[in-house]
Design a protein around this ligand. Structure first.
Ligand code: RM4
Ligand code: MN
Ligand code: MN
Length: 426
């Protein structure tokens, strides 16, 4: 199904008057504080977050899976779902594929379908954490780190195949996340496993097209519970440096042990020009992949503060590849993604409200209380009218979730795809 522009306009008309009043009120107040509203709106309308193809169906846990009805069973359907999200929010203009969960057959047709919906293909993701039917060697004991050279070769070749697929779709980056690790002390030698991983990554990097980037993701544990080869940002940063200029670290918010100061990691990476990509989600304990902003919205704001600072001061970083990497097992996946997009936009908008000059002065004067006030003043501002205005300007829904429900999107998807259709992914 497609969002009917006229129906959307009718829905928007109901809230347009109220939005105008609220927007004018907020914009007027912020302008007296020196905020450039025009620039802010421009940043918000331009902000695009890639949607992972594996978040469009219900996410499972190792204890089971509760299907959402009308799930997208094919890549075509997944593209259509991202198209729906983009039409409703104006901020979901890209899709990130996971190979072989996604298997683009006819590249031209797939590209064409995405283009018609205003979508581009963001980073492609390789999968060497699951064995595929008919595969010659198993990843049971790791892929790029494996002590068996033929397994490493197979894993490197898979990454090269993913690059080839990405090239055909117009992607410009490859994200490598490795499950490689050990469940028990002594299972492998740390240095040798790391050395083999570095060597395999260098082979992948060497095959990267000139205008491509390599993103190396880290994660402390799961699926291995004693050690993960690329367990933290430091290891990823080191490997990215060993590979070369176009290799970067990718930060996934859920890939940290509880209470880690993620905003400081962001700042450190940006300081050295090595932050390449970002996976948004939220968590309480581990890689929970919960809706962005549902647990720690203040931490998200502080992270965005560093991102905004870095985007202004560290031009040696590429403009980060933003992606949501969340998937939920009980919510409607599209509603979940709408909520995540809203939280991201909110944190991004609030971070731009921070009075950087005043903050710098307060830091210089070592006025700790003032520093906190400046940050929290921005955080406590209700920026929703700004985001709603930006969506209206993009021709999207002022209230995407409400529009999604009143257009009965899930019911219509279920009608056309059936109750049993199932998306590929975890
Ligand atoms: C991992 C990691 C990767 C994602 C897989 C599905 O934990 O976050 O980015 O591709 O999950
Ligand atoms: Mn991730
Ligand atoms: Mn993850």
């Amino acid at each position: 199904m497609k969002i009917n522009k006229e129906e959307l306009a009718t829905i928007n008309a109901v809230s347009a008057g109220r939005l105008e009043t609220e927007f004018n009120h907020l914009a007027g107040r912020l302008e007296t504080q020196g905020v450039d509203i025009k620039q802010l709106l421009q940043n918000l309308t331009a902000f695009q977050v890639a949607i992972p193809s594996w978040a469009l169906g219900a996410g499972g846990t190792r204890f089971g899976r509760f299907s959402a009805t009308g799930e997208p069973a094919s890549l075509e359907d997944k593209i259509d779902d991202v198209g729906l999200l983009h039409a409703l929010t104006g901020n979901a203009g890209a899709i990130s594929l996971h190979i072989p969960w996604d298997n683009p057959g006819d590249f031209d047709a797939i590209r064409q379908r995405a283009r018609a919906l205003g979508l581009v293909f963001d980073a492609v993701n390789s999968n060497t954490f699951q064995d595929q039917p008919g595969q010659a060697h198993s990843y049971r004991y790791g892929s790029l780190c494996n002590s068996d050279a033929s397994v490493r070769k197979q894993a490197v070749e898979h990454n090269l195949e993913v690059i080839r697929i990405g090239e055909n779709l117009g992607s410009k980056s490859l994200t490598v996340w490795l499950a490689d690790g050990a469940n028990f002390p002594g299972q492998y030698n740390f240095q040798r496993a790391l050395d083999r991983t570095a060597d395999s990554l260098k082979q992948i990097y060497a095959a990267l097209p000139d205008d491509w980037k390599l993103f190396i993701e880290y994660k402390p544990y799961e699926p291995n519970f004693y050690s993960t080869v690329i367990q933290d940002w430091g290891t990823s940063f080191m490997l990215a440096n060993m590979c070369g200029e176009r290799a970067y670290t990718l930060v996934d918010l859920g890939h940290h042990l509880p209470n880690t100061n993620i905003e400081q990691i962001v700042a450190t990476l940006m300081y050295r020009g090595k932050l390449g990509g970002f996976h948004f989600n939220d968590s309480k304990y581990g890689d929970d992949d919960l809706t962005v902003g549902s647990i720690k919205p203040y931490a998200l704001f502080l992270i965005f503060n560093e991102l905004v600072y870095g985007m202004r001061h560290n031009p040696e970083n590429p403009s980060p590849a933003w992606m949501i990497d969340a998937s939920h097992n009980i919510k409607d996946p599209l509603e979940d993604l709408i909520q995540s997009l809203e939280a991201i936009l909110e944190a991004y908008a609030k971070a731009q409200l921070i009075d950087q000059k005043a903050l710098r002065d307060a830091q210089q004067a070592q006025d700790v209380v003032a520093c906190q006030e400046i940050l929290q003043d921005a955080y406590r501002t209700d920026v929703r009218p700004l985001i709603q205005k930006a969506r209206q300007m993009n021709g999207a829904a002022i209230h995407p979730l409400q529009a999604y429900r009143s257009l009965e999107v899930r019911r219509k998807l279920t009608e056309s795809r059936g109750r049993e259709s199932r998306a590929t992914g975890l």
